[in-house]
Design a protein around this ligand. Structure first.
Ligand SMILES: Nc1ncnc2c1ncn2[C@@H]1O[C@H](COP(=O)(O)OP(=O)(O)OP(=O)(O)O)[C@@H](O)[C@H]1O
Length: 257
């Protein structure tokens, strides 16, 4: 279980006078086995909150409790060892590092080929085409994104946070990815997933949706309750009035394997 207690994150104000509050006295509990989606307008503080949980940003005040342990002052590595995983909105590239090696490092052991195939298949990538590729700039943005998601699957943390996993991912791979998230959720093995997303198909998978606006939680509810108020298409969900199609990022050709 993750507990955020009165988290505030401030940065120097752009005009040099005082501070700007990005996360504003936010408290939140994410129980085990929970599939949570955090959504909200651009700049609302979603990625910042995720980075605070992972230890990439340090809160100005507040406390982070993970599985009963105060992790507020722990490093990123210590938090990773405690069971928190984070997939960046814009993942890093690792020149000289092959995909296979990256998966091994994530898993903390040398993975058998079969396992690598499975992790890559879960994100819609063909292992024969990618395992020996370097995670450098020769990979497309969507490929790097999917490889990073595969490393989190390989790591299998107790709490996995994915920052806009849909960003830059083509329609076909997105389908596969949605299935993967659904499978993890249905496994109900005590793990928690937090996904930062603007995508209605991901939001609709959630047990609970958190709407984050200006660093504050504006609403927490089930997707079928919250989605109509957010203006998403919600086919088959009673009470939804809106029918505007949502956009998928169709940026790459489908992966064939
Ligand atoms: N270290 C920092 N210094 C100054 N401003 C920051 C810092 N970190 C975040 N911000 C600002 O805080 C706001 C929230 O950023 P954040 O990336 O958390 O938003 P978000 O909700 O994830 O947005 P998006 O949906 O666009 O990804 C933005 O206006 C951003 O510019």
């Amino acid at each position: 279980m993750l507990e955020l207690r009165n988290i505030t994150f401030e940065v120097p104000a752009p005009d040099g006078t005082g501070t700007r509050r990005i996360i504003d006295d936010l408290s939140l509990t994410i129980p085990d086995d929970r599939f949570t989606v955090i959504t909200g307008p651009n700049g609302g503080g979603k990625s910042t909150l995720a980075k605070i949980v992972m230890g990439i940003e340090t809160p100005t005040s507040g406390q982070i409790i993970f599985n009963g342990r105060d992790v507020t002052n722990l490093s990123i590595t210590e938090r990773a060892n405690a069971g928190i995983g984070y997939g960046f909105q814009q993942p890093a590239r690792f020149k000289g590092m092959k995909v296979k090696k990256l998966l091994d490092i994530a898993a903390g052991k040398k993975l058998p080929m079969l396992a690598c195939n499975e992790y890559l298949a879960k994100v819609g990538l063909c292992s024969a085409s990618y395992l020996t590729r370097e995670v450098d700039k020769s990979l497309s943005g969507g490929e790097v994104k999917r490889i990073e998601i595969a490393t989190i699957l390989a790591r299998d943390p107790k709490l996995a946070i994915y920052d806009e996993p849909e960003a830059g991912i083509d329609l076909w791979s997105f389908d596969r990815l949605t299935e993967t998230f659904r499978d993890i959720h249905e496994a109900r093995d005590g793990r928690s997933i937090v996904i930062i997303s603007h995508q209605e198909r991901i939001i609709s998978l959630a047990d609970e949706v958190i709407l984050l606006v200006d660093g504050k939680i504006e609403a927490v509810d089930k997707p079928e309750v919250l989605m109509p108020t957010l203006g998403f298409v919600a086919k088959g969900i009673p009470g939804c009035q809106l029918t505007e199609p949502t956009e998928l990022h169709l940026t790459e050709i489908p992966t064939t394997c």
